[in-house]
Design a protein. Structure first.
Length: 293
């Protein structure tokens, strides 16, 4: 399963706007809370570090976000105040979400990603974008209200196209200067206002590698909580093999055959060039392409 997908929780969107209902869920004996500190979820071994209220010093001013019900059991995320050293030592370890995704189960990764994204959004939107006044959380973390101008603010998800250009039995991959050393991947960019997914794919490939495409095909999507994006994975049919990197967003690119991609995904070639990591949708695009007839 693709990382951050397959979240099994019932988000109870019809009930979570009721403060009394939320209070009753928090008071349940089996309610659990996932601490998030500096955008890092708590891990206990290889599990998301959900703890009972009795293990946490919960105060009324601490941000608590309702995540959903797991077989009737209420799950929450709770923001732990910033500190120089990690809190809750001895109970678990706070891990960067990317690193955590490599060790957590698919289910825990999806739930922890949801928690991280919602806590992060609430912390970034403490002030109204309309008038600058302080906002207050509502709907258990899924809405923020401005008491001064009355504006309502909702969690945003930024659509990002990520695409693998194809020409016959070859695909074009590239590397950004921001990538870890040696890593090549699919191309990606934010969807701009007024664009379709197909138009965004066409524009990004034109901008980054001057590549002309004739058609775009959607393949799969992935929530990406860094901080809160939705990756829209696509294949794009190139008109030719001719390309030219922009030397700003992309520092190198190359065509690669199916045979080579298959070998590299299987770690059969060791020359310093690396494929995208296991949690990235870019790897799925490559893996599914080489499996296709």
């Amino acid at each position: 399963m693709l990382s951050f997908t397959g979240n099994p929780l019932d988000r109870a969107s019809a009930e979570r706007s009721d403060p009394n209902w939320i209070a009753s869920q928090q008071a349940q004996a089996d309610a659990l809370f996932l601490p998030v500190w500096q955008a890092k979820p708590l891990l206990i071994g290889e599990r998301a570090g959900f703890l009972p209220a009795s293990a946490l010093d919960l105060t009324p001013d601490m941000l608590r976000v309702f995540l959903g019900l797991r077989d009737g059991q209420p799950l929450f995320a709770v923001a732990i105040a910033d500190s120089e050293s990690p809190p809750l030592q001895g109970l678990g370890e706070f891990r960067d979400m990317r690193a955590a995704a490599f060790v957590l189960s698919d289910t825990d990764t999806a739930i922890a990603g949801q928690a991280k994204a919602l806590i992060d959004w609430n912390q970034r939107h403490r002030f109204c974008a309309n008038c600058g006044a302080g906002t207050t959380p509502a709907d258990s973390g899924y809405r923020r209200l401005c008491p001064q101008c009355g504006n309502e603010h909702f969690p945003r998800t930024d659509p990002v196209v990520i695409m693998l250009p194809l020409f016959g039995e070859e695909c074009l991959i590239g590397r950004s200067p921001r990538f870890p050393e040696g890593v090549y991947s699919a191309f990606a960019g934010f969807v701009e206002p007024g664009e379709t997914v197909e138009e965004a794919v066409t524009r990004e490939l034109k901008e980054e590698v001057s590549l002309e495409v004739s058609s775009v095909r959607y393949h799969a999507s992935q929530p990406w909580p860094f901080p809160s994006s939705l990756m829209l994975g696509c294949y794009a049919e190139a008109v030719s093999r001719n390309f030219r990197i922009d030397e700003q967003e992309i520092e190198a690119a190359r065509w690669m055959t199916k045979t080579e991609v298959r070998a590299r995904l299987a770690n059969e070639i060791d020359d310093g060039l690396k494929m995208p990591g296991a949690i990235a949708i870019a790897r799925l695009l490559l893996a599914d392409w080489v499996k296709a007839p």
